[in-house]
Design a protein around this ligand. Structure first.
Ligand code: P6P
Length: 340
């Protein structure tokens, strides 16, 4: 087992500049600022049981979903940490209907940040792992001007960086700039993210599937047949698979990244575009999984090539080991053709 270098995330980000000849250091500083914000959010998440910030604010977010105090705390922490760094021209958050402009007295940068400040928040009171997800693009409108919705609504394949934090038994930060996927574990004794998972590669094939089977009745017929296929016995393809579903996307995705297999949140007859959000949930996690050698699909085509129309649009997602995503796509395609 190679001895793991004592590498902080800040040093790793700066060293990563070598991979980008045109690097100016601006993206590095952006990512470092994000890491600081995530450390502070982790502090609050980990003591939520002690401090009265559990439970509901009584408010609702832009989607009519009841907002928990930690959601808003995480949203405000990210905004305050990122609005004055001079790296961004615009931001967008799950908690805000519209794009978030950079305050007029701050320098405008060339990057765009979209984020889900606290995904899985319905699990907060049950102490289930939750997470923060972020997605970074380069702006496409002229430098120096305020960013616009057009800077935000780019296909996921245009991302320059993406990452997530998972607040679990430990806090981990996983990110990629397209050159490998790297995981850092927060050492609370020194307040630093230390490299713990260098160049993560997702297994080519897994034996775990992750989906909310309570929605079985409403699924596409091809998906129904796929799940039954996974439950049959066949040693050659390691079936039956195990079923694991945490109900917190970042936690389910993190397990899939490390162990392999497939996570699915499909569309169904009640939700024609599924539940999860394209711009700040599906795209960044798809960027990470592809950088780790996996695959991400909307069930029929590459998820990262979807052309977004709305900041908060939803998207069906089938993501994980390449072999497993290919098999579910085949079941859906054969059902579409009436073959099964
Ligand atoms: P369901 C959490 O509320 C979330 O947004 C994701 O983190 C998670 O994957 C999904 O919803 C769970 O949804 O319908 O299975 O409860």
């Amino acid at each position: 087992m190679p001895k793991m270098r004592f590498m902080t995330i800040e040093r790793h980000i700066i060293e990563g500049e070598r991979l980008h000849p045109s690097a100016t250091g601006e993206l590095s500083r952006l990512l470092s600022d994000l890491a600081i914000a995530i450390k502070v959010i982790s502090l609050e998440v980990n003591k939520a049981g002690l401090v009265d910030i559990l439970g509901l604010t009584g408010d609702q977010n832009v989607h009519g979903e009841t907002v928990r105090k930690l959601d808003m705390y995480a949203h405000e922490m990210l905004f305050k940490a990122m609005d004055h760094g001079g790296h961004l021209c615009v931001m967008a958050s799950e908690e805000e209907e519209n794009i978030i402009h950079i305050p007029h007295d701050y320098k405008i940068g060339k990057y765009v940040l979209l984020f889900d400040p606290l995904d899985g928040s319905s699990n907060i009171d049950a102490n289930v792992s939750i997470g923060t997800i972020f997605s970074i693009y380069k702006r496409i409108t002229p430098d120096g001007t305020p960013g616009t919705i057009h800077d935000c609504l780019q296909p996921g394949v245009e991302q320059v960086a993406a990452g997530y934090a998972v607040y679990g038994s430990s806090t981990m930060l996983v990110y990629t700039t397209g050159h490998g996927v790297h995981g850092f574990t927060l050492d609370p004794s020194i307040g630093e993210f230390i490299l713990s998972h260098e160049n993560i590669r997702i297994p080519e094939k897994g034996k775990i599937y992750s989906i909310n089977e309570g929605n079985y009745l409403y699924w596409h017929p091809g998906l129904k047949k796929y799940i039954k296929y996974l439950q049959e016995e066949d040693k050659a393809t390691q079936r039956p698979y195990s079923s694991r579903y945490i109900g917190s996307m970042v936690a389910d995705l993190h397990r899939t990244l490390l162990y392999g297999g497939i996570f699915m949140y499909p569309s169904d007859s009640r939700s024609p575009r599924g539940k999860l959000r394209l711009m700040y949930e599906c795209n960044p996690l798809a960027f990470i999984i592809e950088a780790a050698g996996g695959k991400a699909s909307d069930g029929r085509s590459r998820l990262l090539e979807i052309k977004p129309n709305d900041l908060h649009e939803r998207c069906p997602i089938f993501i994980g080991s390449k072999y497993d995503v290919n098999v579910v796509e085949d079941f859906i395609a054969r059902a579409d053709r009436g073959e099964i």
